[in-house]
Write a protein that binds this ligand. Structure first.
Ligand code: SAH
Ligand code: TRP
Length: 318
């Protein structure tokens, strides 16, 4: 059983150049974390004892989905980077109970995620309308902006924390401009808390996050015929206290040269670190400022008892 996937991700030559420029700055774009195996490993991370984010956000959603659906009249749910949609399920189920014509759209860069999402939601009802779009949420939101129905955008899992502040403002402002008067954005964000709790969420004892991080090398190897050797790198996830963010690196164990093309190579010294991901942790004050800069206002806020994670129902103020 699988849904039809509408793909917007045509491979371009410029993608290869962009990766090379990025590697020269010792960074790999985050989107390459998510191929088939990456999406499977991410699901496993969500189930680890250390990764409190998923279960905390799920509890908030389980408790408040009815209230959210009751407050807003939504015809269409548009989830950005849905992953498996396991958390979203309860929300869609509540919405479907009230209105059998609700529609769910998932935009994700990973086919595996889209297939998991389809399976997860199809069993709510065969009658639920589900659309799957393989695309990049940093590029393709505008092109799918064709609906005239009331829409709720979903951006969960603190994926917004994977953008630096400038990109977060740019992304949310773009969404805010697309949103109409009756549209909403449901945004999940991870909060600042005890550093050890945060650090262990990205350093699980069974090494799943390590595998997930290193898999990024297999993804770019396959996609661009490169020859990174995973065994020459160490997983490192550290908390940058000043920036209040986890920084995920692959640290080179040796001096090495990775051939990129006939004329270009990437040189790494022992101890050099390639940045693969940041995960920012937010304060209430920081969030208020982010929303203001992004032309968004808070309609409702939902938290867990420990204030580990927050879910915001936002409206556009454009
Ligand atoms: N929302 C889910 C998954 C979060 S992980 C949850 O809360 O558990 C991030 C998801 O975004 C993954 O499914 C990944 O495939 C997707 N993703 C990452 N970069 C993307 C991009 N540039 N465009 C679209 N989807 C992306
Ligand atoms: N949005 C998730 C987060 O910031 C993404 C994530 C979870 C992640 N675990 C990871 C990214 C490990 C890279 C490596 O928590």
């Amino acid at each position: 059983m699988s849904g039809t996937i509408n793909s917007k991700t045509a491979e371009k030559k410029s993608d290869r150049n962009r990766l090379f420029l990025s590697l020269k700055e010792k960074k790999i774009p985050t989107k390459y974390l998510y191929d088939e195996l990456g999406s499977k490993l991410f699901e496993k991370i969500c189930d680890t004892e250390e990764y409190y984010l998923t279960r905390t956000e799920k509890n908030i959603l389980d408790k408040n989905s009815y209230e959210i659906i009751k407050t807003v009249k939504i015809k269409e749910f548009f989830e950005l980077g849905s992953g498996s949609s396991k958390k979203t399920r309860v929300l869609i189920k509540e919405a479907f109970k009230i209105n059998k014509n609700v529609r769910y759209i998932s935009l994700d860069i990973s086919r595996k995620a889209l297939n998991m999402s389809f399976k997860e939601l199809r069993n709510i009802s065969k009658k639920l309308e589900i659309h799957l779009i393989e695309g990049d949420f940093l590029k393709d939101i505008k092109s799918v902006n064709k609906s005239s129905d009331t829409r709720m955008y979903l951006f969960l899992g603190s994926t917004i924390g994977n953008f630096d502040n400038a990109l977060a403002v740019k992304f949310l402002s773009k969404l805010s401009k697309i949103m109409r008067k009756d549209d909403f954005l449901l945004l999940g964000v991870d909060k600042v808390k005890d550093i050890d709790i945060i650090k262990s969420a990205y350093n699980d004892k069974n090494g799943i996050t390590e595998k997930f991080n290193k898999n990024i090398l297999s993804v770019i190897n396959k996609k661009y015929s490169l020859d990174f050797n995973k065994n020459n790198f160490i997983h490192s996830a550290v908390f940058n206290e000043k920036k209040k963010q986890i920084e995920m690196y692959l640290m080179s164990k040796i001096n090495q040269k990775i051939k990129f093309s006939d004329k270009d190579s990437v040189y790494l010294n022992k101890g050099d670190k390639i940045l693969t991901e940041i995960s920012r942790k937010f304060t209430d004050k920081g969030l208020r400022s982010l929303f203001k800069q992004s032309l968004l206002s808070i309609n409702k806020e939902f938290n867990d008892e420990k204030n580990f994670f927050s879910l915001y129902l936002l409206e556009s103020t454009k």
